[in-house]
Ligand binder design. Structure first.
Ligand code: ADP
Ligand code: MG
Length: 233
């Protein structure tokens, strides 16, 4: 099996706070991985480390079996770790053309990606006219422009209405079904259950479970997450 990302004994401390505590897990090609945990459990910090925007304290991670360094590897990674940020008075198309120039991608990729996220009909609308869900979908289209091996999403449905949430989840599943590996951080148990094949459960930076979503049971030490039926965890 092809390994996309391997994290070994990763630790991140902010002063006396251990945000990520000796974390290890592996992401293999073709699966949909969730990092599940309540707010403050270290999800974003973990993503930040592997995306080279947060410095690790200890441990290692390697991309693509260590065949390339992190800088090269990140050219094959699409990531959305912040709220979508585009030029408000430019259209979806104009914004994506700018991204293409920055990434060195041909403009002819744009329509295909807008199609995937259901925005092809809105390609000439200004970004400022978009709903939050549409903004998020444009961010996904943008992250897909260079045909990444893996798409990383941090809380992709936060702040969206139920329809917006449903659309984003369906789009993620469709992208996965086309062979792109997904890594998604969420505090929502039902999001992970609906979208992911595999999950790493974090609590205060510590891994409680890593494995298939359908094999996650109360015996893994987080009974309350499953039993109280509270999607907010
Ligand atoms: P999550 O994404 O699961 O909500 P985070 O990774 O954002 O969790 O945060 C994990 C812990 O690290 C939290 O207690 C948070 O307050 C702390 N933290 C995150 N970033 C910083 C930072 N830059 N400085 C200090 N503490 C931080
Ligand atoms: Mg977070």
């Amino acid at each position: 099996m092809e390994t996309i990302l391997k994290i070994e004994n990763l630790t991140k401390k902010f002063g006396s706070l251990t945000a990520v505590n000796n974390l290890s897990f592996t992401i293999n090609k073709g699966n949909v991985y969730g990092i599940l945990g309540p707010n403050g459990s270290g999800k974003s910090t973990t993503l930040g480390i592997v995306l080279n925007v947060v410095n690790k304290t200890q441990g290692q991670f390697s991309w693509f079996d260590g065949t390339v360094n992190t800088h090269e590897a990140l050219k094959k990674v699409g990531a959305i770790i912040e709220r979508p940020n585009f030029y408000p008075y430019m259209t979806a198309m104009q914004n994506l053309k700018l991204v293409c120039k920055i990434k060195g991608v041909d403009f002819n990729k744009i329509d295909e990606k807008l199609e995937i996220v259901g925005l092809i009909e809105r390609k000439n609308s200004k970004f400022s006219a978009f709903s939050l869900g549409m903004k998020q979908r444009l961010a996904i289209a943008s992250a897909l422009l260079n045909d990444p091996e893996i798409l990383i999403l941090d809380e992709p449905t936060n702040g969206l209405d139920p329809q917006g949430i449903h659309q984003i989840r369906e789009i993620i599943k469709q992208i996965a079904s086309n062979g792109t590996t997904i890594l998604l951080a969420s505090h929502l148990l039902d999001e992970v259950e609906k979208v992911c094949t595999h999950v790493v459960v974090l609590r205060k930076g510590v891994k409680l479970y890593a494995g298939r979503v359908d094999a996650m049971t109360s015996s893994h030490g987080f009974f309350e997450l499953k039993s109280n039926n509270n999607p907010q965890m």
